[in-house]
Design a protein around this ligand. Sequence first.
Ligand SMILES: [Mg+2]
Length: 401
Amino acid sequence: MKIAQVESFHIVADREVHAAAGAVGRRQAGTEPGVRALDYNTGRHLCAYPTIDQTLLVRLTSDDGLEGWGEAHSPPVPGVAKAVIADLFAPLLLGQDPLAIEVLWDHLYASMRLRGHGSGFMLEALAAIDIALWDLVGKALGQPVYQLLGGPFRTRIPCYTGLPGETVEERVANAKQYVAMGFTAMKTGTALGDTSGALAEVGAVVEAVEGQATVLVDAHGAYDARTAIPAGRELERMGVGWLEDPLPPEDLDGYAALCDALDMPIASGETECTRWQFNEKLRRGGADIILPDICRAGGISEGRKIAQVADLFNVPWCAHVSMGSAIHVAAALHLAAATPNFLICEYRGPLRPNPLGDVLLQEPIHYADGHLQVPPGPGLGITFDDDALAARSLDLYTPVG
Ligand SMILES: [Mg+2]
């Protein structure tokens, strides 16, 4: 079996809105897609987000006609991963044996290693190829990916959801609804607005679900090593389950000091992309829980190595999924099933359905009682609804008029 074709597809939740910007197809009135920056408190920690849900999917086709799908977590600029895949990876992959996943991963990673591309866009693009290889090989062998990885430790994967709501009243109401749907963990933020007010709002949510669900807090790097400790102590007193990304990711010494100062777990890891980066953070005592993103951190192959590195430090891993599509969710679930030190998976719950999730699939990924079921079929175990996918693909779009 050889790799015969490497393609990528820019997928958007609302193609008409995207078309309105003139990027493709007809122009029409409406909200233009683009990028917005959120300022997390300090004025220094700006983070850019796309104004529409979008991602980059990869399709590998073998010479015997099998397909494997992968995803690069690529907000807000999927065009970068697309160019890396088309101009750098595709020539290195065509004609190669897809079963040699480890060899191919190493060759692709090495292609830019000495130029300093050991993270970021490069690893997001590599993640897409790696996941597509696992999907393709699973289909070729008629086995789900989690079994090829030596699993399962579990096939029902615990999950938590983010709490939507503009006001604390809305978040409290949504938290209660999620408890009724079986969620026993949910995440809220402290990042935007006045910090002390944000902590009080977390307290209101904790109180609303006390004894029924654990509340996790994401601070999006809003504190520094000095301000994080008193805020962390207050959250610890409330019984918060973890404090995520309290500091900017470069401050490893600050993370280590915070882990020392608090009993509440400090979680981070949506920034790091490789086993080497996680090893450095963990060796310095900078995390109690890690949150790698499988569609950013080099895919399933590197994700498994990252989980093993974490296990050496008795640290569990959780899947960061954020704005990922159904491919992202499925890839995270297969790795979660096949690694002993997995804790919980992020999932966009029913109150804020993923516009690139189940809607793209013939069969949804099954949720029940705070758990997602690992798709059981060959490869990633999911099959696209071709019409639903084409309706959201800019690359398959034929302009009208
Ligand atoms: Mg986060």
